[in-house]
Structures are given as structure tokens and as C-alpha cells.
Write a protein that binds this ligand. Structure first.
Ligand SMILES: Cc1cc2nc3c(=O)[nH]c(=O)nc-3n(C[C@H](O)[C@H](O)[C@H](O)COP(=O)(O)OP(=O)(O)OC[C@H]3O[C@@H](n4cnc5c(N)ncnc54)[C@H](O)[C@@H]3O)c2cc1C
Length: 500
């Protein structure tokens, strides 16, 4: 039954970090546009953006070894790390702008300074880490990075990891103090609180069930009010599908040709959490290791200090796993119902190509707590089972598509913005590097969907993000200025100021 019809300028589907960021950007650029948000859960930031569903790493490529690849000639390609670092600087500038204008407050409620470290064992890995360090530390984006294979120095940096360790293999680490721990759940909620003050209509417990194009080119959404059970009809000139794992189904319903031949591969995750204050006090860093052979890049093990609700804890993981759900609060039929005639071949090809990955993920789901403790003990040799609890992490849906390089059904590990040719609808698929680069990705949505406004909006965008359309790596003075001002505004480490 349709008991309500409304028209608006912009509809954002989903109340995660992506919709929060796009809504906030648009309200700064065109305050007069009317925005409505539909979220099926009772509050914002409850799916992947929630603080306990992701690892809270401010991904700036300071410690993630999978962003730097060893080439056949032995050199280390750092181009992906440069790209991600530049994208993270965009987020930092926007968050800093919001704090400076008092649009959000108390930055330490969502971002904390925390050293980022990479740690490896074994001679070959140590040689790789050293080469990677040499390639990165000469770049202004990564200045301040330190390398050590000296046990005394490592004991000072990471006592919890070094004590009680057997010395049968070489071990080395890099450390950079300008890393961050980000509470993306808190940030999402802050942004939605801010949007409420800007008259954005945020409707929780409203599930978008269908999206159809109207004859005048606008979009009509069928939205179920989960309290009353009634179905409402809402029309908008522009729709952003920011449903996280739920985006693929809605993109398919929109029927746009750009959404065809795309599938989704769900990867679930489990973390281990330690709240014992004696153990927590002995570690202060995010320490990323190397993914195990056969493991997907998103399951690189890391031991992180987390700051959630002013409390410090330790997080280890993620252990990847397989579940057919596309959202943590999703349905067991999500994977099956995402298979359509147009993506059937793509999905079957991906299935055939990724048998070993699927087997690996299913084996991971079956791991006992003690088996997971064994993996943790590669980081903390004397970790005690009673100090660690298992927590279910968020769900990721990796994009599957046909590519020239990989052929039919190639699994992608990044984020993808899919837009209609006329820019009236956009969807965000994929998960990595995710929330950290939300501002860059949402600017990409704006550029693709509102090209006619870009000239008029450019001055305002530069006011919010001084490095917009500029390479910071090639402008070390601007980089220094931005590092200094964002560190001051967001209350980050003063050591960061050593950077330039
Ligand atoms: C285990 C794990 C670790 C991660 N670690 C990091 C990290 O360390 N650093 C980092 O930057 N990123 C990390 N990420 C990625 C990051 O969490 C995501 O990229 C980001 O949160 C995605 O935000 P989103 O707004 O797109 O989706 P979400 O936060 O999932 O929000 C989507 C919202 O849409 C709603 N929704 C879905 N369908 C509908 C519908 N039909 N109608 C109404 N509402 C709907 C959902 O209920 C949900 O609230 C991690 C992710 C996972 C799973």
C-alpha cells in the first residue's frame, strides 16, 4: 500500500560513512538542496562503518605491506601506497575543515595519533622490508619512517611482541609516528548529527526495496517503513546507493547498463579483542604483518591498539571467513539472489577461478579459538587465551567483474564507483581501502554526477580541501602546511611536524 509520496533533490541510501560524507560535502556546496536519507537499521553507522566491525586503521599506506609490491627486478613499486596516502590526506583535510568550523567537535572522539608499523620475520622478508623502507622514506609523503632489525630497538617499540620471543629467525620492523586510529562509527554518527541540524531528513528503520526510473528521468524509490509495514514512494533527481554490502542488489534493481555483468563475493571477518589493562598497557601501535600464502589481501594479520569510547583495547585479526550474507544484518540468500542472467557467466567464472580462496575462507570459518590463538602467538608469543575474546567483524562484498587483464569473473579488491551515464544515480561497491578514503571517493561521485557544477564549486572544494586536484608528493611545501595544520586541528602527534 502506498500511503505517502515525497519529492526531494537528493536521496542517500544507507547511513554509513559514505552517505554521511557525501551528504556533508553536498550540504557545504549547495546548502539549499533537500536531502533525504533512508537507513534500514535503527541508527547510523551500524554496519561496516561501526567501530567494532572494522579495524579503524586510517589507511595512509604507512604500514600495509600489500600496497607495496616487489617487482621481478627486485625493486619495490610504491605507486599504490602513494595514491592511498594522497587520498587519506584528502580525508584528513576535510575532517580538519569540519572541526575548524565547529561542524563537528572533539576530534579525539573519532581520531587518535598512533604509530603505524610493519613487522616481518625471516631473511627474505627482512630484505624486502628494508628495500621497501628505502623506497618509501625518500618520498616526502612517508618521511619520518624508521627501520630497525635491532632487537633492543624493537623491544622498545613493541615490547609485547618482542618479549618471550625465540630468536631463531631475523625480525625487522618499520615505524612511523604519523599514523592514526579512526573510530569510523563515531565519525559517522557525528556527521549524521550535524546533517540533522542542516535539515536533512534522516529516516531510520526504512528499507529501500526498489528503485525505478520515472518517465521524467528522476528516480522513484519504494521504501518500506519497518515500524508500520507501509510502503512509501519517494522521488528524487539524484540517488546515491551507499548501502555497503546492500548496494549491489539496489544497483541491479535500478537496471542501469553500467550495473550489468557485476557480481559480489562476500568475505566475512572475525577479530580477537583484549581488554585486560595489563596487556593493553604494553602495546601502543598498529602492527601489520604479511598475509599468509593463499590468504586474500584483506586478511593481513595486524595487532592494533584501539581507542573506543575513551577506552584502550587491543584488536587482532581479521580472520577472513565465508558467509553468503552481504551485510552483517543481511540474509543468507544475499549471494544467491545477486546472481542474474547478465552476471551469471561472470559469477560462474569467478567461482571456478576462486575455488582455492573459497576453500581457504571456509576453513577459516571452522578454526577453533585455540587455532586462532596460535596465529595470535606469532605476534604475542605468550598470549593467554583467557585475555582474548572473539568478535564478529563487518561483512565485505568484493566486486567481481570482467576485466581485460584478468578475463571473465575477476575478483577486485578495491572500491568501485558505478554511475549512470547521465549522472543521476551512483553506487559504491567494494570495500578497500574503504572508510579512510571516503572523502576522495565521494568527491569522485560528485565529479562524475555533477560535472555541470564543478567550475562553480571548485573554490569551495579548495577551501575545504586545499590539496584538491594537486599532488602533495610534488608539492612538499603544501604537504608540510597541511600536515602541520591537520595535526594541530585534529590533535595528532607533534612528531608528525618533523615530516618536512
Ligand atoms: C573487517 C573489516 C575491516 C575493515 N577495516 C577498515 C580499516 O581499518 N580502515 C578503513 O578505512 N576501512 C576498513 N574497512 C572498510 C570500511 O569499514 C568500509 O569501507 C566502510 O565502512 C563502508 O561504508 P559504507 O557507508 O559504504 O557502508 P556501511 O557502513 O556498511 O553502511 C551501509 C548502510 O546501508 C544500509 N543499507 C543497506 N541496504 C539498505 C537498504 N536497502 N535500505 C536502507 N538501508 C540499507 C545498511 O544497514 C548500512 O547501515 C573494513 C571493513 C571490514 C568489513
Amino acid at each position: 500500500m502506498n500511503n505517502k509520496e515525497t519529492k526531494t533533490d537528493v536521496i542517500l541510501v544507507g547511513a554509513g560513512i559514505m552517505s554521511a560524507t557525501l551528504g556533508t560535502l553536498l550540504k557545504e556546496l549547495v546548502p539549499e538542496w533537500e536531502i533525504t536519507v533512508f537507513e534500514k537499521l535503527p541508527s547510523a553507522g551500524e554496519e561496516s562503518s561501526n567501530e567494532w566491525n572494522n579495524a579503524g586503521t586510517g589507511h595512509a599506506a604507512l604500514c600495509e605491506l600489500n600496497y607495496t609490491v616487489e617487482q621481478p627486478d627486485g625493486s619495490v613499486d610504491i605507486s599504490k601506497a602513494i595514491k592511498i596516502n594522497e587520498q587519506f590526506q584528502v580525508s584528513m583535510q576535510f575532517w580538519s575543515y569540519l572541526v575548524n568550523r565547529k561542524l563537528i567537535n572533539n576530534p579525539h572522539d573519532f581520531i587518535m595519533p598512533l604509530p603505524h608499523m610493519s613487522m616481518v620475520q625471516g631473511e627474505e622478508n627482512v630484505t624486502f622490508l628494508k628495500k621497501r623502507f628505502e623506497a618509501m622514506s625518500n618520498n616526502p609523503l612517508f618521511k619520518g619512517m624508521e627501520f630497525s632489525d635491532d632487537p633492543g630497538q624493537l623491544m622498545e617499540w613493541i615490547p609485547l611482541i618482542m618479549q618471550d620471543r625465540r630468536w631463531d629467525e631475523p625480525i625487522a620492523a618499520t615505524k612511523i609516528d604519523s599514523g592514526t586510529d579512526v573510530n569510523f562509527g563515531a565519525l559517522t554518527r557525528m556527521l549524521f548529527d550535524h546533517l540533522k541540524t542542516k535539515n536533512v531528513d534522516i529516516k531510520y528503520k526504512h528499507s529501500v526495496d526498489n528503485i525505478k526510473r520515472s518517465s521524467d528521468g528522476s528516480w522513484e524509490l519504494k521504501v518500506k517503513n519497518l515500524d508500520s509495514g507501509s510502503v512509501e514512494s519517494h522521488t528524487s533527481k539524484f540517488v546515491f546507493i551507499g548501502g555497503g554490502g546492500g548496494s549491489l542488489h539496489l544497483l541491479q534493481k535500478s537496471g542501469i547498463p553500467e550495473g550489468k555483468h557485476i557480481g559480489g563475493f562476500p568475505v566475512s571477518g572475525i577479530f580477537m579483542v583484549c581488554n585486560n589493562p595489563d596487556v593493553v598497557a604494553q602495546h601502543h601501535a598498529k602492527v601489520y604483518g604479511k598475509a599468509k600464502v593463499g590468504a586474500p589481501p584483506m586478511s593481513v594479520p595486524h595487532l592494533d591498539t584501539r581507542f573506543i569510547d575513551n577506552k584502550k583495547s587491543l584488536l587482532f585479526g581479521p580472520f577472513a571467513g565465508f558467509s553468503p550474507k552481504f551485510l552483517k544484518n543481511g540474509s543468507m540468500f544475499d549471494l544467491v539472489t545477486s546472481v542474474k542472467p547478465d552476471n551469471l557467466v561472470t559469477m560462474l567464472s569467478a567461482g571456478a577461478k576462486n575455488m582455492s580462496l573459497t576453500k581457504y575462507l571456509i576453513e577459516q570459518v571452522m578454526l577453533s579459538k585455540e587455532k586462532r590463538m596460535e596465529e595470535l602467538r606469532e605476534f604475542i608469543p605468550d598470549a593467554k587465551s583467557e585475555d582474548w575474546d572473539l568478535v564478529e567483524a563487518g561483512q565485505r562484498v568484493q566486486v567481481i567483474k570482467d576485466t581485460e587483464a584478468g578475463g571473465k569473473g575477476t575478483l577486485q579488491f578495491g572500491t568501485e564507483v558505478i554511475t549512470a551515464a547521465d549522472g543521476s544515480i551512483a553506487a559504491l561497491l567494494g570495500a578497500s581501502p574503504g572508510a579512510s578514503t571516503a572523502v576522495h571517493v565521494m568527491l569522485e561521485v560528485i565529479q562524475k554526477c555533477f560535472p555541470q557544477h564543478m567550475k562553480e564549486w571548485e573554490t569551495k572544494i579548495k577551501d575545504m580541501i586545499p590539496s584538491y586536484s594537486v599532488s602533495l608528493m610534488e608539492n612538499p611545501e603544501l604537504l608540510h602546511e597541511i600536515h602541520t595544520s591537520t595535526a594541530e586541528t585534529l590533535g595528532l602527534s607533534k612528531k608528525e611536524l618533523v615530516l618536512s
